[in-house]
Structures are given as C-alpha cells and as structure tokens.
Design a protein around this ligand. Structure first.
Ligand code: ARG
Length: 412
C-alpha cells in the first residue's frame, strides 16, 4: 500500500500539478484538502479537479466558523496589524488550514503533508512551522519550491499525462483571499512606484453614493450585533465588509518586510477587518484603563509579528491571548460607524481623501458608548457641571516636574 500525503489544495494550476508530481515522483496516494475560509468559489468544481488530476481522495472542509471564532476573533481582540497596517489576512488563515490537514493526516494514517507555496514567501513558513508545532512526526513536502517549473511547463507537464487542465483566463496577479480580506501581489504591482490599477480591486469597488451609518455592538471584545441584529461572526464580518467596501474603504498599498528577508509590495483589500479593528480600538478607548491600554498597545505589535511569522501555535501566542481576553472583559458597548462616499470633482472623477483613511471613501467612528465607559462627563466638561477639583492639580503638577526642576537648577 502506498504512503498517503495530505495536500493543501486550492484547485489552481500549481496544486493540481502537485497532485501529479507527488504521485509520479514519490508514489504517494494524495489526499487533496481544500479549505473554505470564506474565499468563495465552487468547491464541487475544486473537488472534481483534484480527482481529475489523480487524487486518491478530495476533501472540502468548511473552516469558516472556526476560522472566525478561533483565529480572527483573538486577532481582533489584539487589534493585530503587521507593521501597523496589515490585518494579517493570509497569515491568520494558514494555521486553521494546517490544523485540518493534520487532523486528516492522523485519521487517514498519512505520513506527510504538502503545500503549494514557493520558496520566497511567508506562507511556506506558516504552513511548515504550524505543521511541526502540531505534528512533529509528519514529513513536509513542498513541490512548487522543489520542481522549478514555470507556469507554461506546469501546463505541459499535465498535458503530457493527458490531464487537460482548462486554465481560466490567467490573472496577472497572485491573489489570496478569505473572510478577513484579500491580498494581491505580482504583475505591475512589483514596481512600487506604479499606482495599483483599478482591476486589482474586488471587495472595494465603489458603488455607494449616499452616506450611511451602522452600529456594531460588542460584548467583551466580540462583535455580536449589526444595527441591533444578532449575527454570527461570519455573517457580521461579511456584512460589514460589504457595506464599507462599497465606499472603497479598506485598501492598503504597502511595501512590507517578509519573514524570509525580502521587501515586497503588497496591495490589500481589508474592508471588514480594518473597520472592525477601528471600531474595537475605539471602544477600548473609553472602556480601558490607561496603563492597561498602553501596555496592550505594546503587546499588540508583538502579537502581529508572531502571527505574521508563522508562530500561531506557540506558547507565547497562547499567553498573549490570555492577556487579550482579560483586557477585553469590559470592552462591551456600541460603536457607530459613518460611511461617506468619495467626493466627485466637476469632471466626475473620484476624489481621494487626504485624512489617511484607507481607500477613497471615508469610513470613521462617529460615536461610541458603553456601560463600562470610563469617560466621566463631570470630570471632562469645561461647562458648568464640572466637578473636577482644580486645586488638586497644583501640587500634582509641581511634584510631577520636581525632578526636572531640580535638574535645571543644578545645570551649569
Ligand atoms: N504578504 C502577505 C502575507 O505574507 C500576503 C501573502 C499572500 N499570499 C499569496 N499566495 N498571494 O501575509
């Protein structure tokens, strides 16, 4: 009996050729596993392609709920952004995919797993480090990194074996998408000077013309309602993404530092993730005590790096999650988001905002409230309801600056 291997299968050209290659070269029985992480598409067709390419078995796993509640949600509680901007779209989905690959490997008695990543990216790091953290006994094979075939050679390789792989109009970009957003690389984007052409955008095509507002209700850091309606996390993320995306919100264009030492130009569309992180952060601004919030902000940076670097299944991430959960205990309340369509110049051309909001439209927090709000009107007001004891400040400020005053007095 042949050894079994579980391959992370997307239905694309590379991973289809990988099925053939793993069989041909090593004699493996290939179990192709396609993970639904919210990228959309026809999974029946994906399964059929795997079988056509010669897979021993083809399995589609719906990971959406698990991905949302066990991977996206902890990252949201941590406001996780890599290099201050990227909400870790691809980085977060890899560990959930690997978890399922390992489960299938164990239940089917497979000895190895395989992925279709190249040798230049972060995703190979995430796949392999996650696999060895969960199942150190499994071997890992990376066909695309090893075979050195071009796209054309891959098509030929399949054709030589009578597998006629209908290559759909090949996109000039490499795209990875899931519930948390969409990553676009390659093609003209490889020149960091070139403005991303309009055809890279999918989730942030502008269709809205009128302003709108909606309210997100959080309970202990978890977004639970959209405009007062209970929603599962998966539905709520999709809904928020649709609304703010239609204002063109959520676009990022950045040059980021990959784990493997390469700087790469990345374009992202992250309407839901950026809007939810903005709302969550805003609610924390009224519910979190100052020192807690400042310490959390430092740890958030570390959290983002860990996830980016493929260290999801690490004791440090678990320990940081304990901190994030504890610090989110009072992050309950409502955040009102306002969306405004991009302005139009007289020529009918879309205008850009200059206030730093990602994307052409404006999406911003217009109001927030919480039963745990630490915002005390009687302390903050400059009006006649003021209860702040102004005289207490005099001694406080004097002592706060005492060290510097002494320093200045003794200065030559
Ligand atoms: N640069 C991003 C990251 O490392 C996105 C990677 C996207 N992957 C892809 N196959 N296009 O997380």
């Amino acid at each position: 009996m042949a050894d079994k291997i579980v391959l992370a299968y997307s239905g694309g050209l590379d991973t289809s050729a990988a099925i053939v290659w793993l069989k041909d070269k090593f004699g493996y029985d290939v179990i192709a596993m396609a993970a639904d992480v919210g990228q959309g598409g026809d999974f029946d067709a994906v399964r059929e392609r795997a079988i056509k390419a010669g897979a021993y078995d083809a399995i589609v796993v719906d990971c959406r709920q698990e991905y949302a509640s066990e991977y996206i949600l902890p990252a949201l509680k941590a406001n996780a952004l890599y290099e201050g901007r990227y909400p870790l779209v691809s980085a977060l989905s890899r560990p959930v995919i690997v978890r399922h690959m390992v489960e299938i490997a164990r239940s089917s008695g497979a000895v190895a797993v395989a992925h279709g990543c190249t040798g230049k990216g972060n995703d190979q790091v995430r796949f392999e480090v996650s696999t060895s953290s969960l199942a150190p006994e499994l071997e890992i094979v990376a066909p695309v990194r090893s075979w050195g075939m071009t796209r054309e050679q891959c098509i030929e390789y399949l054709a030589d074996r009578d597998i006629n792989f209908e290559v759909t109009k090949s996109s000039p970009y490499s795209i990875d998408d899931n519930l948390w957003g969409r990553a676009i690389e390659c093609g003209v984007l490889e020149d960091p000077w070139i403005t991303p052409p309009d055809d890279v955008y999918e989730l942030t095509k502008i269709s809205a013309t009128e302003p709108t507002e909606f309210v997100i209700t959080f309970s202990e850091g978890v977004p639970v309602e959209f405009d007062g309606k209970d929603m599962t996390l998966v539905d709520l993320i999709s809904k928020v993404g649709q609304v703010v995306g239609s204002y063109g919100y959520g676009r990022l264009d950045m040059v980021e530092n990959r784990r493997v030492g390469i700087k790469s130009r990345e374009v992202y569309e992250c309407p839901a993730s950026l809007a939810l992180i903005m709302a969550h952060q805003d609610l924390e601004s009224i519910t979190s005590e100052r020192d807690l919030m400042h310490e959390k902000m430092r740890l958030e940076i570390r959290y983002g790096e860990l996830v980016y670097d493929g260290l999801w299944f690490s004791p440090l991430r678990e320990s940081l999650d304990a901190f994030m959960n504890e610090s989110n205990r009072r992050v309950s309340g409502k955040v009102r988001i306002r969306c405004e369509a991009p302005g139009r110049t007289s020529g009918g051309v879309l205008g850009n905002t200059s206030d730093g909001t990602p994307g052409p439209g404006k999406v911003f927090v217009a109001g927030r409230q919480s039963p745990y709000s630490l915002y005390a009107h009687e302390l903050a007001t400059y009006g006649d309801k003021d209860s702040f004891r102004h005289q207490d400040s005099e001694g406080f400020v004097k002592l706060w600056g005492l060290g510097l005053r002494t320093w200045a007095q003794r200065s030559p």
